[in-house]
Design a protein around this ligand. Structure first.
Ligand SMILES: [Zn+2]
Length: 204
């Protein structure tokens, strides 16, 4: 049985997810922890619950989702897994950090594995399906549990809205198509973990 812990990190109020099951193995999705205090919160949760992080995954590589990649990779000796089409975004994060004043950004490690639709994510006794949902970002993926009926939707959907498509690699029609062909067909009881709107003007 997978349990899901949600954190909200960095000035963009991004959602970081930690999924774990009865084996205590866990995966860390979109670590946006940037400040030291945020990293302590994540690390403390792992330690208090005696979890063993085994995977580091980005749903996509916008700045707010990757700010803690290096910290997570170094702390738990993990390699990064993303969709290959988001590599250009990952490589552009440094420029965004300069523009937005994130002076302490530790460069994300390069991915060691590429995620794509049809492959699965395994940890502990659990398995998640990888679904390809481009539009907000060219290599955006979401993670689906058909058994427990939930989906980690990254930035495809926002509360009462959808992801923005005006950033490099974004495309409105592609996003609408992803929502119609990937998300809407999921069974109605599916719980969608999505981004809540932020009080900040800027979000990615
Ligand atoms: Zn995004």
């Amino acid at each position: 049985m997978i349990k899901i812990q949600t954190f909200t990190f960095n000035p963009f109020q991004e959602n970081t997810y930690l999924l774990f099951d009865e084996t205590k193995e866990c995966i860390i999705i979109d670590p946006g922890c940037y400040e030291k205090a945020e990293r302590e919160i994540l690390k403390t949760f792992v330690e208090v619950n005696e979890l063993k992080p085994v995977k580091l995954i980005n749903t996509h590589c916008h700045i707010d989702h990757v700010l803690g990649n290096r910290f997570v990779a170094n702390t738990w000796g993990l390699n990064l897994e993303i969709h290959e089409l988001d590599l250009p975004l990952l490589h552009s994060v440094k420029d965004y950090c300069t523009a937005y004043g994130f002076d302490n950004y530790d460069d994300s490690p390069e991915p060691s594995t590429f995620l794509e639709e049809g492959k699965k994510v395994h940890f502990g006794n659990s398995t998640l399906d990888i679904l390809f949902t481009p539009g907000h970002a060219p290599g955006h993926i979401i993670l689906h549990s058909p058994e427990q009926k939930f989906v980690i939707a990254g930035d495809v959907l926002f509360q009462m809205s959808i992801g923005r498509t005006d950033l490099p690699g974004g495309d409105h029609d592609t996003l609408i198509n992803s929502i119609k062909t990937v998300l809407l067909p999921l069974t109605e009881e599916t719980q969608v973990f999505l981004r809540t709107r932020t009080k900040y003007q800027y979000w990615f």
